[in-house]
Design a protein around this ligand. Structure first.
Ligand SMILES: NC(=O)c1ccc[n+]([C@@H]2O[C@H](COP(=O)([O-])OP(=O)(O)OC[C@H]3O[C@@H](n4cnc5c(N)ncnc54)[C@H](OP(=O)(O)O)[C@@H]3O)[C@@H](O)[C@H]2O)c1
Length: 372
């Protein structure tokens, strides 16, 4: 008889895609009892984690309606980046031992991965990950900080270093700077000697961003929610020249106005489209109904570079990208130069509130769910 790994716990389960993330939350996502994994069903190379914390991501929400580019067939558990203690290891596992503090690599474990481990997301008491996804947690970060590290800073490195080629002295505008990835972008740009103009909709969050490292902030919307001519503000901050790089995590009208903010030969880095999330139809139906269009005349006359920056997909096309950026990130962590910002922590029983807060962009940076 095999010894039990531990007591039963709970996990959030997406049973069916919604028409939208909010429809999924209302009708197709539930908290259910979760038995501890049965070792007799696991591979020799599997590791069981007792989850202590999981980041709550914008991508988790889009996945629930099948509106994200990477689809996981329901039923599955959300939660892309999680960490905890090793509770069990298969006979062939060498790199980690029971009791180790581990961060799961979202490329090869959880819903953003492909294969048998993708149904085990971090909104749960127990997860099964393959050994190669178990990353020892950096000693100088809390687990909450660890689960806000890789997705955000790998994205920031890909956008600003590998695609944007950020240089010391550059002026970088970051839209959606209060978001999980945008905040990492602010900090990474500063570490490369850039001047950062962080933008957003809320004066309160912009004040927080100045405390978190942004040199300047610009409110991009008027009281009625329409996008302002913020090119005037960017020009005023750059002696009329314009920015070298724009990080665009917001999309829609913000993208078009951004072209006006760039200097001749500047770069627009397309990160995402938080303002226009429905570029695919709900329920996992594909199809982009003419979303996010840019005027080619401005791009041409200003000699702009428009750069798509998908951090995970690019890595699948060029495997050399990832080791370099991971090395840089872990070196910065070791030196104390990267300390991820963590927003509020929600108990697992409040999973619905945590996701709805993320959808409404209530706080700065990422929040976490604690299964305890
Ligand atoms: N390229 C990549 O590899 C990559 C990786 C991860 C994520 N992404 C994408 O990047 C985008 C941001 O992701 P995230 O994880 O940082 O999301 P997030 O934490 O939810 O942050 C998004 C930010 O965008 C702003 N925003 C949200 N809705 C908006 C609206 N309707 N109008 C204007 N601004 C709005 C908010 O800032 P304010 O409230 O302060 O305005 C919010 O803080 C998403 O589209 C995501 O899919 C791309």
């Amino acid at each position: 008889m095999t010894a039990s790994i531990g007591p039963a716990g709970q996990h959030v389960v997406v049973s069916e895609y919604g028409e939208t993330p909010l429809d999924a939350l209302a009708h197709h996502v539930h908290l259910e009892a979760q038995p501890a994994p049965d070792p007799s069903t696991l591979a020799d190379t599997d590791v069981v984690l007792r989850v202590r914390t999981c980041a709550v991501g914008w991508v988790d929400l889009l996945m629930m309606s099948g509106q994200y580019q990477h689809m996981v067939a329901p039923p599955y558990t959300p939660g892309l980046e999680f960490g905890g203690e090793v509770a069990w290891t298969g006979a062939a596992v060498r790199r980690v031992s029971v009791g180790d503090r581990v961060l799961a690599d979202g490329f090869s474990a959880g819903p953003r991965s492909s294969g048998p481990h993708q149904r085990y997301g971090g909104f749960s008491t127990w997860v099964v990950i393959p050994e190669h996804a178990a990353i020892p947690a950096p000693h100088n970060l809390s687990l909450d900080q660890c689960v806000n590290l890789l997705g955000n800073y790998e994205t920031a490195y890909h956008v600003l270093v590998d695609r944007g080629g950020v240089q010391e002295g550059d002026v970088v505008v970051i839209h959606g700077a209060s978001g999980s990835t945008g905040l990492a972008g602010v900090q990474l740009a500063k570490l490369h000697g850039a001047t950062v103009i962080a933008t957003g909709r809320s004066p309160e969050k912009l004040a927080q961003l100045r405390k978190l490292g942004a040199d300047h902030t610009i409110q991009t919307v008027d009281d009625d929610g329409s996008v302002r001519r913020f090119r005037t503000d960017v020009k005023a901050l750059t002696d009329g020249r314009g920015a070298d790089i724009v990080w665009d995590g917001v999309g829609g009208d913000i993208s078009v106005e951004s072209l006006r903010c760039l200097r001749f030969g500047g770069k627009l880095c397309i990160v995402g489209w938080a303002a226009t999330p429905f570029v695919a139809r709900g329920k996992g139906k594909r199809g982009a109904p003419r979303a996010n269009q840019l005027p080619t005349n401005i791009i041409q006359m200003k000699g702009l570079d428009i750069l798509g920056c998908p951090a995970v997909i690019a890595t699948k096309h060029d495997a050399t990208l990832r080791p370099r950026r991971l090395q840089w990130i872990f070196d910065q962590v070791e030196a104390g130069r990267i300390v991820p910002h963590v927003g509020p922590a929600f108990p697992l029983s409040d999973w619905d509130a945590a996701l709805r807060h993320k959808w409404r962009s209530v706080f700065v940076g990422g929040c976490v769910i604690h299964p305890d």
